[in-house]
Structures are given as structure tokens and as C-alpha cells.
Design a protein around this ligand. Structure first.
Ligand code: SF4
Length: 264
């Protein structure tokens, strides 16, 4: 996975930002990394148990009427994901195919309990063929690994469109519609216990309506029977690096992680 890397200044800034964030969490007393052991409520085998996606939502969860994901009955996530990727092929179903270097399908554990969905690949992602590997991606990785205390490889990460929108603009409705079946296929394949929707475009798609992310973040929603936690996109956090924004994202990610472990 050796790839183009950010320049030294960019890398230093990213490192500084991530370190400051983690330190501030600690100062605020909202972190006690690593998280509590991932003990499943019904088993002694925590993360690799199979089937594993049978956790019912907690009745204590605020304003949630989310039903638990179905118990898996099909093939493993890897095989199912491979079928979705095969079906996608060298896709030309929308105009985004014209500007891409390569399709950015997804990355991570095919049987992940926690899934992150963003809006679309950026420049680095387009070059490397992996989601969330630019500055925002590295921040997301720090949030997952330093914040939640789990390896990035244990979660699954993808976007609502698999090809880079020109100039990093938001994907247009026809593009989102064309790519949506493959996002649905990924969700069905991975069968996560919890989805984190990163930013407005991903959240609007999953909630089925145009949303203001500031209004819906931090509350539970539902997509195809899976609890969805909307939160700010890490690129927004990099632009608006305030204590308040960092605290809100931390609260959202913590809630999503705990629920994905059956603790929420
Ligand atoms: S964004 Fe999705 S639908 Fe559009 S060309 Fe890329 S893979 Fe195909």
C-alpha cells in the first residue's frame, strides 16, 4: 500500500492536528483510551464471532426506533463484496467515469461491525484507489485508531460514489442514483451493526431527504434496518477545527462504536 504521500508541510500539519485533537479529548476527560473490552452481550467471542450482527438496539438510545440488522444468512462479507465489485466492473454508468483515474470501491474488513460512508473520492483517493487516504482520510484514521482504539482495518469505509467528482464537488443526484445500488450492495455484503454517515451528501442519501448535517448529527436514524449515526465529515473538521466540533464528532463516533459493539 505504498502510495503518494502528502508533502512534509501537509503531513506535519496533519500530525499536529491529530495530536492536538487526541490531547484535547484527554484534557476534556471524554476519553479513556483504549475503549472498554468489546465483550459481546451474548458470547465470549467478541469480534470474530459468527454470526455476529445480532445486537438489538438499546432501549436507552435517544429517539431511536431502529431495528437490529438481520442475522446473516448469506455468504461471508468478502465473497459478497467481491460479487458487488464484479458487478460494478469498469463502470461507465454515470459521467464521473470520464474524469477518474480509477474506481475507489471501498476498504476495510468485509465483516466489519462499524461502517463509514463518505461522499466521494478526492484527489489522493483517486490516485491510490482507496477511500479516505488524503488529509481528511488520515484524520479519520486517527479518529478511528487513536480515538476509538480500533485498527482502521477493522472497520469498512466507502463512499456514495466510487469515482472522483471533478474539483471535489459534491456528487450530483444522477451520479448518486447511478452508484447507489453498489453502496447498497456493499452494505448488504458487510452487514454492519452501525453506519456512520460522514457529512451532508452521505447523510442525505442514507436518510432519504436533504438534511442539514448540523441538525441531524448526533441522533440515530435508520437505513435498511441498520442504525445510522450522522456526523461531520473530517474535511469539515479540518476546516473548522474548533473544540466544539471536535467534541461533537467524538460523541458521535463513540456512540456509533459502542452501539456496534452491542454496548450502546
Ligand atoms: S460513480 Fe459509480 S455509477 Fe458513476 S461511473 Fe463511477 S462507479 Fe459507475
Amino acid at each position: 500500500m505504498s502510495c503518494d504521500r502528502p508533502g512534509p508541510d501537509e503531513a506535519r500539519e496533519l500530525l499536529r492536528s491529530a495530536r492536538a485533537w487526541v490531547e484535547e479529548w484527554a484534557e476534556e476527560g471524554v476519553v479513556s483510551f483504549p475503549p472498554a473490552p468489546a465483550v459481546a452481550p451474548d458470547a465470549t467471542a467478541p469480534e470474530s464471532a459468527s454470526p455476529k450482527k445480532d445486537a438489538a438496539p438499546s432501549p436507552a438510545e435517544p429517539a431511536s426506533a431502529v431495528s437490529a440488522p438481520e442475522t446473516p444468512t448469506g455468504p461471508g462479507g468478502a465473497a459478497a463484496l467481491a460479487r458487488v465489485r464484479d458487478e460494478l466492473g469498469e463502470c461507465t454508468r454515470c459521467e464521473l467515469c470520464q474524469g477518474r483515474t480509477q474506481i475507489v470501491f471501498g476498504d476495510g474488513n468485509p465483516d466489519a461491525d462499524l461502517m463509514f460512508v463518505g461522499e466521494g473520492p478526492g484527489e489522493q483517493e483517486d490516485r491510490q484507489g482507496l477511500p479516505f487516504v488524503g488529509r481528511a482520510g488520515e484524520l479519520l484514521t486517527r479518529m478511528i485508531e487513536a480515538g476509538l482504539g480500533i485498527p482502521r482495518a477493522e472497520v469498512y469505509i466507502c463512499n456514495i460514489v466510487k469515482c472522483r467528482p471533478p474539483g471535489n464537488r459534491n456528487p450530483l443526484p444522477p451520479e448518486v442514483s447511478a452508484c447507489r445500488p453498489f453502496l447498497d450492495g456493499q452494505i448488504d455484503a458487510v452487514r454492519p451493526r452501525t453506519i456512520v454517515a460522514l457529512g451532508k451528501p452521505a447523510t442525505s442519501l442514507l436518510l432519504g431527504r436533504d438534511v442539514a448535517i448540523t441538525r441531524v448529527r448526533g441522533s440515530w436514524h435508520d437505513y435498511r434496518g441498520i442504525p445510522v449515526m450522522p456526523t461531520f465529515h473530517p474535511a469539515f473538521i479540518l476546516r473548522q477545527y474548533t473544540e466544539q466540533n471536535r467534541r461533537l464528532v467524538w460523541e458521535d463516533l463513540k456512540a456509533a462504536h459502542e452501539r456496534s459493539c452491542g454496548r450502546g
